[in-house]
Design a protein. Structure first.
Length: 431
């Protein structure tokens, strides 16, 4: 059995797999995160542009559009997937470097509504899609990102296709074709970060994955070993061939390694933000003459070569200098701190002048170091090995409720999330 067949077999057996309560509970936390960031993004222009552009498809199906009305499942997946990634506040699987839930729940819920699936079936499909995408992206997420690809557009597509295969009850041959048809559409470039195109990648991942599964259901035939360990899929993404795919191994639950964001900015800025919060707990800024911030090489590549004076709220989320200055200005880095008004705050902009950002090979995805040079000539170091929200330093339901309450005011919706998977109708999107 080759790698692609192992993945297809795992998807095919989804309906009979015993899922531990801990895993179901973590999937519900993913849902809480997804709904909060999606509903909190209703005023975002990227989402409204996609919504307006697809207007001709509205009212033609059963799938809820979070910005209002219904549409066919493909359109709902596109619109809701874009919406869920607009705030860049959604969860991330670090080994695949993918915002998995944004496209995956968009596709799963849209198709679930179209098919009349139960909440239990939706939750099972979501978990399957999550586990599959992690196996495909495992260990190469950072490598792929360094080469200019947006992993959410790639591995989020695979996740959405796998979930759709479960809901459509495809056989193993159809599943292979669905995954392959989805994978050949996967794309998205990191050069688009800080623009409307980044959340659009998540919407397209939901759309593309769902399209791949629908095509396969109707007889579409595609490449039969897309996920060969050193095959064309990974060679296209990593053309210098420094890494292949990791053999699919489903003996543990990768969803339990998911990360949730406590701050509404690029995940790569979070370790430095946590360092700044440590500094504030020990020092007064009046004592500080300058601050060196050491971040990982990927964080430097994506967020470090910025001015600290972002020209837009979207750009601000990918400017580590600005984000650290926000923290030094006692901000909680919620959505309000990335508004047009917030990015013009003179105290925050003044604080960016204290900061010098540099890359360090000793720092990784979850770590950073901050060296404060004090006015008396001394210096003090603050270091974070694992930033808040990652496995090893996780957030819990009480933390998630704080985040949820910043973005959503409906207490009944929060209660419904706790029960999701135990009732038949999918009513959560219409609340």
């Amino acid at each position: 059995m080759n790698n692609t067949q192992k993945i297809a077999n795992y998807i095919y057996e989804a309906s009979t797999r015993k899922i531990p309560e801990e895993v179901l509970d973590y999937a519900r936390m993913c849902l809480a995160d997804w709904l909060s960031v999606a509903k909190g993004a209703k005023g975002e222009e990227a989402a409204s542009v996609v919504y307006e552009t697809t207007k001709e498809n509205h009212q033609r199906g059963k799938s809820t559009l979070l910005l209002g009305g219904v549409a066919d499942a493909l359109t709902a997946a596109l619109c809701n997937g874009t919406l869920a990634h607009c705030l860049d506040f959604d969860d991330t699987h670090i080994k695949a470097n993918t915002h998995t839930s944004a496209p995956l729940f968009a596709a799963t819920l849209a198709l679930g509504e179209e098919l009349g699936a139960t909440e239990e079936e939706v939750l099972r499909a979501f978990i399957t899609g999550f586990e599959v995408s992690c196996r495909v992206g495992y260990g190469i997420g950072e490598i792929v990102t360094e080469r200019g690809w947006h992993c959410t557009g790639i591995f989020g597509t695979i996740a959405s296709a796998a979930s759709a295969c479960v809901l459509l009850k495809l056989n193993e041959s159809q599943i292979i074709n669905a995954l392959s048809a989805a994978a050949t559409q996967a794309s998205g470039f990191t050069v688009s970060f800080g623009t409307m195109a980044k959340p659009f990648h998540a919407g397209k991942a939901a759309f593309n994955g769902l399209m791949g599964a629908k095509l396969a259901k109707n007889g579409f035939v595609a490449q039969q070993d897309m996920f060969a360990l050193n095959g064309g899929f990974v060679q296209a993404l990593v053309q210098d061939k420094v890494s292949g795919l990791t053999p699919a191994n489903f003996d543990h639950w990768e969803i339990l390694q998911n990360s949730f964001k406590p701050y509404a900015a690029c995940h790569l800025t979070h370790p430095a933000v946590d360092c700044a919060k440590k500094l504030l707990a020990s020092l007064s800024l009046e004592e500080v003459e300058s601050i060196e911030v050491e971040v990982g090489e990927l964080a430097m590549q994506v967020t470090g070569h910025k001015t600290g004076k972002p020209s837009s709220p979207l750009e601000a989320k990918f400017d580590v200098k600005y984000c650290v200055a926000l923290a030094l200005n006692h901000s909680d880095l919620m959505v309000k701190d990335f508004s047009e008004q917030a990015i013009q705050n003179q105290k925050t902009l003044q604080l960016t002048k204290l900061l010098n950002i540099k890359a360090s090979k000793a720092m990784g995805y979850t770590s950073a170091k901050l060296i404060a040079h004090l006015k008396g000539g001394k210096q003090q170091t603050f270091e974070v090995a694992i930033s808040k929200g990652h496995p090893g330093n996780p957030i819990h339901w009480e933390d998630m409720k704080i985040k949820f309450s910043h973005l959503v005011t409906d207490e009944n919706l929060w209660n419904d999330i706790q029960r999701f998977g135990t009732t038949k109708p999918i009513s959560i999107l219409t609340n």
